[in-house]
Write a protein that binds this ligand. Structure first.
Ligand code: F6P
Length: 397
């Protein structure tokens, strides 16, 4: 539920009683009286890391301290810290010098869900709902509101804790850029820069050896990294989950290019891309993860088939976690900073169960339930795909 702090212009004792009982009522549903002054908030980073997380933490701690005199408690390793009580105070001094640093100073985890905690009992793993205990730990530390920086998995957990009465605000992050409720997530721009540079580097070696170079990039079920890095890097083929491909069509387009004198080619493949009528390549299943499927392997399959069909030496590069590491771009530092500062402002204004987001040029909030409801995927008829096709880039259809 979304609410703002009520106007506290109490004029008579009767008014006061009415407001207090309304606040008590709200507090049962929303985790705290609306008029309670915010003195301490918690922050955690959950799910896969990405460049820009430290910018959010820094902005939250500094805005809270300097603008509002609010203390911040950092919770370590995502929701694990809330289940196992690993919390520490964060002062402005603690977050000094972290803006340009990749990863997260708090640590993260994409396994720990307080609603489904694996516990070994009599030699067997059983799953327990420890969400009440997690909320008790937060309250014991005096945390009145929890800022959760995460992707759809962590934000869904935050939403569910919100329903149990903990006041929560979400901040979206992911290199995949696949949350529909925000125009962009921080982390994406840095991953895009890494993937584009990798394509640039592959160009020169591809040219020297007259090879077909296949590069597999991340993105889960969305093709944003592949599409935009492919466009920025001038790829000859881009294969994305939203457009099932025919390998013969890819080979035809690359063959035309090679036999017309361009002796090499670059093929960008999203990890979630799949052939028409086929399925995505699953590399691994991670037990206890809210999203257990780890994609990977399609790059090698595409390379193998192209080598056979075109009789041309082919090599594969799987870019992997390099896309998530390293220093954030200025764009991601800016976005993380704006999101962090806005999350504190929303908290002070009494908002809860909302996520900050960027719409156009404006940072604002949206109800958390709405924010995690839909993934944002590439429109196969959209402007970016059409632009790539105008430049003769094939999508294998
Ligand atoms: O969601 C971010 C992401 O990097 C995806 O692009 C990728 O599929 C996944 O996380 C990898 O997860 P892990 O770090 O658990 O291997």
């Amino acid at each position: 539920m979304r609410f703002r702090i009520a106007d506290n212009a109490v004029r008579s004792e009767a008014d006061y009683v009415i407001i207090l009982s309304a606040a008590a009522d709200m507090s049962r549903r929303d985790g705290g009286p609306m008029t309670e002054k915010l003195k301490r908030i918690g922050i955690l980073t959950g799910g896969g890391d990405c460049p820009g997380l430290n910018a959010v933490i820094r902005a939250v701690v500094k805005t809270a301290a300097y603008d509002h005199g609010i203390d911040v408690i950092g919770i370590e390793n995502g929701f694990e810290g809330l289940i196992r009580d690993r919390c520490r105070p964060l002062s402005p001094g603690d977050v000094s010098g972290i803006l340009a640093r990749g990863g997260t100073i708090l640590g993260t985890s994409n396994k720990d869900n307080p609603f489904r905690v694996p516990i070994r009992e009599n030699g067997e793993v059983v799953y327990r709902d420890l969400s009440d205990e997690a909320i008790r730990i937060a309250k014991r530390h005096g945390i009145q509101l929890l800022i959760t920086v995460g992707g759809d998995g962590s934000l869904s957990i935050a939403r569910d804790l919100g329903k149990l009465g903990l006041r929560v605000i979400g901040v979206p992050k992911t290199i995949d850029n696949d949350l529909d409720a925000t125009d962009v997530t921080f982390g994406f721009d840095s991953a895009l820069a890494v993937a584009t540079e990798a394509i640039d580097r592959l160009h020169t070696t591809a040219q020297s050896h007259q090879r077909i170079m296949v590069i597999e990039v991340m993105g889960r079920y969305a093709g944003w990294i592949a599409l935009q890095a492919g466009l920025a890097g001038g790829a000859d083929a881009i294969l994305i989950p939203e457009i099932p491909f025919h390998i013969e069509k890819v080979a035809e387009a690359i063959g035309e290019r090679i036999y017309s004198g361009r002796s090499f080619a670059i093929v960008v493949v999203a990890e979630g891309a799949a052939p028409a009528g086929g399925s995505m390549s699953v590399r691994d299943m991670i037990a206890d993860s809210p999203d257990p499927i780890r994609l990977g392997g399609i790059g090698n399959l595409v390379a193998r088939d192209l080598e056979k069909l075109l009789d041309r030496e082919t090599r594969t590069t799987v870019l992997g976690h390099v896309q998530r590491g390293g220093i954030p771009t200025p764009t991601d530092r800016m976005l993380g900073t704006r999101f962090g500062a806005h999350a504190v402002k929303a908290a002070v204004a009494g908002e809860t169960e909302v996520m900050v987001r960027l719409r156009g040029q404006v940072v604002e909030t949206v109800p958390l339930a709405e924010a995690v409801a839909k993934l944002r995927r590439v429109d196969p008829e959209g402007e970016l795909v059409c632009t790539a096709r105008s430049l003769h880039t094939t999508f294998g259809i």
